[in-house]
Ligand binder design. Structure first.
Ligand SMILES: [Zn+2]
Ligand SMILES: [Zn+2]
Length: 222
């Protein structure tokens, strides 16, 4: 993964070729607002490296339609149209035109939508959905994998607590002891670990315990 600074620099380079010159200053300011937001930067990168209409365009606003388990459903409004993106801190995927809704059954099911018509009904009026605020600024989300309070972390998130030893799951030795291996190399080992974890019971993200800024202690109220 490139650093956020590298990502930002890459996007700005792409924008020189993708954005109409008159819109460049405003479009750049919006990207810079998301300079420390991996989710937002992934969307900008996806858009400016693949312009959906194949001609100069710029994102003017991002709106948050839904989010679940650290995955964000975001609408990018541009000079030409509104587009749907599915984004995490790792990557962003272009889903198509907002006006046509979501076609992929898997994505519809993930957001509890029965079908494409259900999407179009729920998201009929784009203006009623909030402007997307960078995920890491939300104190109720895991600062690393962006799941919400009470949700299970994305496997590999360094904030997840090990249910066996109470340490940091990504750095404690429990996984090696449990699997009888000195390192984890392949997917089947990870799957085995995931199975053991689910059997034991994974510890969900707790905003109160893991976000120092989240709880208002009685002292703060005095
Ligand atoms: Zn997490
Ligand atoms: Zn452990």
């Amino acid at each position: 993964m490139p650093t956020l600074d590298q990502r930002l620099a890459d996007i700005k380079l792409l924008m020189r070729y993708a954005v109409p010159p008159d819109d460049l200053a405003k479009a750049t300011a919006l990207v810079e607002k998301h300079g420390t937001d991996s989710v937002g930067l992934n969307i900008f990168h996806a858009f400016y490296s693949y312009l959906p209409e194949g001609r100069e365009d710029a994102i003017t606003v991002l709106r948050l339609l839904d989010r679940r388990q650290g995955t964000f459903l975001i609408c990018a409004t541009t000079g030409l149209a509104d587009y749907l993106y599915l984004a995490t801190g790792e990557q962003a995927e272009f889903l198509g035109l907002f006006s046509e809704g979501i076609w992929e059954d898997e994505v519809l099911a993930f957001f509890n939508l029965e079908n494409r018509e259900a999407f179009l009904k729920k998201y009929g009026d784009l203006s009623t959905f909030p402007v997307y605020v960078p995920a890491h600024l939300h104190t109720d989300l895991c600062p690393f994998c962006h799941v919400a309070d009470g949700e299970t972390h994305t496997l590999g998130c360094p904030v997840e607590i090990c249910p066996w030893c109470g340490g940091q799951l990504t750095s404690c030795g429990c996984r090696f002891t449990l699997l009888g291996k000195t390192d984890l190399k392949n997917d089947s080992q990870l799957e085995e670990l995931l199975m053991l974890l689910n059997k034991k019971g994974r510890l969900p993200f707790s905003a109160e315990e893991h976000r120092p800024a989240y709880p208002i202690t009685p002292l703060d109220l005095q």
